[in-house]
Design a protein around this ligand. Structure first.
Ligand SMILES: Cc1cc2nc3c(=O)[nH]c(=O)nc-3n(C[C@H](O)[C@H](O)[C@H](O)COP(=O)(O)OP(=O)(O)OC[C@H]3O[C@@H](n4cnc5c(N)ncnc54)[C@H](O)[C@@H]3O)c2cc1C
Length: 415
């Protein structure tokens, strides 16, 4: 069966892996020159089932409102003359009830846990190298209030078999000795011993190379412009370099998935949420972090990829603009430098900004619409790296008509 995967981000390439496993003849199409060149390029790298919470919570509307006047909010709403932004914002706000936040977190946690297991399988089978660092992630809290609220919240994950436990500052230092000098700045931490980190771009590119050697065709610098459709099926993918015949099509276009979906009558509730990332070399430095984590009260994530330190922050609902200025990184750099003063060469920043393909619920979208051979695997938001390998298996199972291994409540398209 000829299957065309649209998009060579981490979602498209992992989907290609599972489709190849199932015996498909796979072609992956991307308009950029290499895999993982869009949102999968420089994310925080955290594989974090221990942090699988919905962003739409009862607190979120207040945060978004305050963000109109105060830049320091966790989620920043920047109103645009874009009806898609407003429609998305209303859908997001509708998910901000306690009941929906719980349901969305439960769905997300199940998918993240399953995905991490599938990541292990893919790594064992392919041997791809991506500066993987297992052994847990630390979620650091500066105040007793924020720590105790998080301990309470973590019960939802604990009940679903995800280990997240409270540790004292001294215990956090045992886990990551690089925190020793700053331990008095924290009330404590949550430690998720099975969470991990790794470079999503290296993973995606190495996996793509592995798949190419096994017969998957990658067509880069090829823009998808539509689908050739008969009554109930897509027959070919239309690109700027001609048509590609297809028995099945899987849509993994990240923040651009709604554009393609609209051409076949599907309205995907996906909107970009911008984040910033900066990477520093750590060669020759004395005290880089030995595990990744999140400074929760500053909402700054960090991970160590071999001889590099990646730091990310910010969630801006501000449209498709990916531009960035050095000032956008000032707070991040100040905070990480204070945490790990000797941890990296902070004079050599490599700046980047990317767009998370966010759904209002925070969970991805699977399944198909009216066309029986066009499948969605998109909208992975702030956890696409964590959710990629499980989503790939789920999407391939749906194509095969098999029941996926995890519940997909609220994640399936209606048709
Ligand atoms: C700052 C930041 C930090 C993050 N940190 C984490 C983290 O720690 N852990 C985690 O799990 N997730 C994290 N994420 C989220 C994660 O990076 C994303 O969810 C994931 O990369 C999305 O992958 P994707 O394949 O769906 O999208 P993309 O990587 O954007 O891939 C989509 C591909 O489609 C291609 N494309 C689009 N339109 C067309 C077209 N018309 N024709 C041809 N090709 C097209 C694009 O070129 C692109 O290559 C973070 C994201 C950001 C921005």
């Amino acid at each position: 069966m000829k299957t065309v995967v649209l998009g060579a981000g981490v979602i498209g390439v992992t989907a290609a892996c599972e489709l190849l496993r199932d015996g498909h003849e796979v072609t992956v199409v991307d308009r950029l020159g290499e895999a993982a060149s869009e949102t999968s390029y420089a994310n925080a790298g955290l594989i974090a089932p221990g942090h699988a919470y919905a962003w739409a919570t009862p607190r979120a509307p207040g945060i978004m409102l305050r963000s109109l006047f105060d830049d320091r909010q966790a989620i920043r709403f920047r109103p645009r003359l874009d009806p898609r932004q407003w429609i998305w914002a209303v859908q997001f706000l509708r998910n901000c009830t306690a009941e929906r936040a719980l349901a969305n977190t439960i769905g997300k946690a199940g998918l993240c846990k399953y995905s991490q297991e599938r990541l292990g399988t893919v790594v064992d089978e392919t041997g791809v190298d991506y500066d993987r660092l297992t052994g847990g992630l630390l979620y650091l809290y500066r105040t007793e209030e924020s720590l105790s609220a998080s301990v309470e919240k973590a019960k939802i994950l604990n009940e679903r078999g995800i280990v997240v436990k409270a540790v004292s500052p001294a215990e956090a230092v045992e886990i990551d000795p690089a925190l020793e000098a700053v331990q008095d700045r924290f009330a404590g931490a949550l430690f998720a011993p099975t969470d991990e980190s790794g470079d999503a771009r290296a993973f995606t590119r190495h996996l793509a190379a592995h798949l190419e050697r096994r017969g998957v065709a990658f067509r880069y610098e090829t823009e998808v412009t539509g689908l050739r459709v008969n009554a109930s099926k897509a027959q070919a993918v239309i690109t700027d370099k001609g048509e590609i015949e297809a028995d099945q099509v899987m849509v993994c276009l990240g923040v651009f998935s709604p554009d393609l979906a609209r051409t076949i009558g599907i309205r995907l509730p996906i909107y970009p949420v911008k984040g910033y990332s900066v990477t520093f070399p750590i060669a020759g430095r004395n005290n880089p972090p030995s595990c990744g984590g999140v400074d929760q009260d500053n909402l700054i994530a960090y991970a160590r990829f071999g001889n590099r330190l990646r730091v990310t922050s910010t969630a801006e609902i501000s449209g498709y603009d990916k531009s960035h200025r050095p000032e956008d990184f000032t707070h991040m750099i100040k905070t990480i430098r204070a945490l790990f003063p000797e941890g990296a060469d902070y004079d050599q920043p490599d700046y980047w900004a990317g767009l998370r393909p966010m759904t209002p619920k925070g969970v991805p979208i699977f399944g198909r619409g009216r066309l029986e051979n066009v499948w969605m695997n998109t909208g992975h938001g702030h956890m696409g790296w964590t959710m990629a390998c499980g989503s790939a298996r789920i999407a391939a199972d749906l194509v095969a008509g098999k029941r996926p291994a995890v519940a997909l409540d609220g994640m399936l398209l209606q048709h």
